[in-house]
Design a protein around this ligand. Structure first.
Ligand code: 5RP
Length: 262
């Protein structure tokens, strides 16, 4: 691995081998997502607790301070919306020149395995890898399921993650599921977990994150379950304790409860 690639990967993955990425990219297909209407305001108190931000170029330019040293994972796929025909019909939205100009530490792109646009999205990933590897920029593949949340089982997600790695992704983002070790064991690159729609309870979030880490994930890329919580900073601190301080789900829940009343 060349120096630039290693340097970027080490900004993303901390010395303990773990990472806490904070996604605020949802607007690229959902519009002004609840609690993300003003992304700059939402994210400001959470920045100290996460290791990198996952964001589009538009929100980066309009809402984030360029003097911040927080690493940026640039969302570079899109072109569809929740009210359009098919969320899977994405293209690459951002040129390599723009990726370099914005000093991205990595880029993220969705793949839609099993959809009508499987081939296009996988070739988009491959093309992005071809462009980014020349400049030492890691590509994170996002195993997207569109509106079909029931697709989230180990067999399907394991297939998606392995394909993403085979095509050159340096990191793969997927959903947590039962038997998550089947997903991580078949994937030769680091796996991070997304949160998905907001869970019923905070404990549920800490439990799946803890379980996924035990089963080989290196961390999370988890947004709505943090910034849609009524106590987002307490949530971010508690999650950080599971990811970087080896706390259990129960210990994180205790921390959340003590922090939310401060
Ligand atoms: C949506 C994404 C998000 O980055 C991903 O889903 C993680 O966010 P959440 O934890 O809210 O699901 O790719 O475009």
């Amino acid at each position: 691995m060349d120096w630039g690639m290693k340097n970027r990967m080490s900004q993303l993955i901390q010395p303990d081998g773990h990472c806490f990425f904070m996604p605020i990219d949802h607007g690229y297909f959902q519009g002004p997502t609840t609690c993300l209407e003003k992304p700059g305001e939402t994210i400001a108190p959470l920045l100290p607790y996460c290791d990198a931000l996952f964001v589009t170029r538009g929100v980066l330019r309009s809402s984030l301070n360029p003097e911040s040293s927080k690493p940026i994972i640039l969302r570079v796929s899109g072109g569809t919306s929740v009210i359009g025909k098919d969320l899977a019909n994405e293209g690459i939205t951002t040129s390599i020149d723009e990726i370099l100009r914005l000093n991205a530490c990595a880029v993220g792109i969705s793949i839609f395995v099993g959809s009508d646009y499987e081939r296009e999205s996988l070739l988009n990933l491959s093309e992005l890898v071809n462009q980014c590897e020349d400049y030492g920029i890691p590509v994170m593949a996002v195993t997207a399921v569109g509106k079909e949340l029931e697709k989230r089982d180990a067999r399907y997600l394991g297939l998606c993650c392995r394909i993403a790695a085979e095509l050159g992704a340096r990191v793969v983002k997927t959903y947590w599921c039962e038997d998550f070790d089947q997903v991580t064991n078949g994937c030769p690159v680091p796996v991070v977990m997304a949160g998905g729609p907001k869970c019923e309870t905070e404990l549920e979030v800490f439990e799946f994150v803890y379980d996924g880490l035990q089963k080989g994930a290196i961390g999370v890329n988890l947004g709505r379950n943090v910034w849609q919580n009524p106590y987002p900073t307490a949530m971010a601190k508690a999650l950080r304790s599971v990811i970087h301080e080896n706390k259990t789900a129960g210990e994180a829940f205790e921390l959340f409860n003590s922090e939310k009343n401060k």
